[in-house]
Design a protein around this ligand. Structure first.
Ligand code: ATP
Length: 322
């Protein structure tokens, strides 16, 4: 049976600003239920491995031993395979079903886009397995059907994401940067909850479509964060980290506030929650500084429920394991 193994990296948000309600384009434009965002996304060296194998059956099956990851049709990897089978029914009929095995390393419900990256890996894997020869753009269009982060996960690297997060502009790749991540094992945050709560609390001040929104997008485009990235200025980038979702997640989870403060005490280049959390990360100049940050936060909080990772910025999206 033919099979492919793929590496699916996690991402962090170096910047996440919520501008307003996202509306679908065209003449009958209406709210899509998502938010209009500006994000800077960065893939990191913390990865899952996803094996995609022709099964010789007519089934899509998912295997993942992580207790928080479903093995049924609600798994994002399953949904990616189901979408491909619907989109390319002749290939599904010709090549048959697929077994997907996920070797989880990326924490679940952590704001690190683990599920989205698994789905991206399945799209890339089935493109190979079914010899479709899809372009990256075509794969990303399919990815956008599954979730706003999936198109980014396919390409990886450093990118500016706009719209609901699916419109991507590649930014100069940032490498040689270290990131320390920490998450309480027993705490997960639902992305849907974080955005809904944000809308309830801050919806009244959302920018309306039109000139206000376009002006803000333009400001960010030509602003300090983009300049810091273009100059590869890690110190400035660290100072400019932003995540609007902290405004709802931190008040609901005091232990994340404590973690954020413990990171701040170590004088990193910058510290921030990633995505909808609850993972908090800190940027470091070197591996030595990253190890020092980790040791100091571990000592300051001394809670066995707290898990740490040290990773590097990664210029890759989904990669095939040779
Ligand atoms: P994001 O940063 O995109 O918001 P996240 O890192 O917060 O994502 P995930 O780890 O992707 O969250 O998982 C969120 C939920 O999706 C979990 O409750 C989990 O049960 C479910 N899920 C479905 N498929 C997967 C998958 N392949 N990997 C991880 N979680 C999955």
């Amino acid at each position: 049976m033919r099979s492919y193994s793929l590496l699916a990296p996690a991402k962090i948000n170096l910047y996440l600003e919520i501008l307003g309600d996202h509306v679908t384009g065209g003449e009958d434009s209406r709210p899509s239920g998502f938010h209009e965002m500006v994000m800077v996304l960065q893939s990191i060296s913390l990865t899952d491995r996803v094996d995609v194998r022709a099964s010789g059956t007519d089934l899509i099956r998912v295997y993942c031993s992580h207790p928080q990851v479903p093995n049924d049709a609600s798994n994002l990897a399953y949904r990616a395979a189901a979408l491909m089978s619907k989109q390319f029914p002749d290939k599904f009929a010709r090549y048959g079903g697929v077994d997907i095995t996920i070797h989880k390393q990326i924490p679940v419900g952590a704001g690190l886009a683990g599920g989205s990256s698994n789905a991206a890996a399945v799209l890339v894997g089935l493109d190979l397995l079914w010899e479709l020869g899809l372009t990256r753009d075509e794969l990303q269009d399919l990815g956008a059907v599954l979730g706003s982060d999936v198109p980014f996960c396919i390409a990886g690297g450093t990118a500016l994401a706009t719209g609901r997060g699916e419109q991507l502009d590649a930014l100069p790749a940032l490498t040689d940067r270290y990131v320390v991540l920490a998450k309480y094992r027993s705490l997960s945050v639902s992305t849907a909850w974080a955005y809904q709560t944000y809308r309830q609390q801050f919806g009244a001040s959302y920018l309306r479509r039109g000139s206000d929104l376009e002006q803000r997008q333009q400001q960010i485009h030509s602003g300090a964060m983009m300049a810091a990235i273009a100059q590869r200025d890690a110190t400035k980038m660290g100072q400019l980290l932003r995540n609007d979702l902290e405004k709802v997640v931190l008040p609901a989870h005091p232990q994340v506030v404590q973690l954020r403060e413990a990171f701040q005490q170590t004088n990193p280049l910058g510290t921030m929650m990633s995505g909808s959390g609850p993972t908090v990360f800190a940027l470091a100049e070197s591996q030595t500084q990253a190890e020092d940050i980790q040791a100091r936060v571990k000592a300051a909080i001394a809670n066995p429920d707290l898990e740490f990772w040290i990773a590097t910025f990664n210029p890759f999206g989904i990669r095939i394991v040779e």
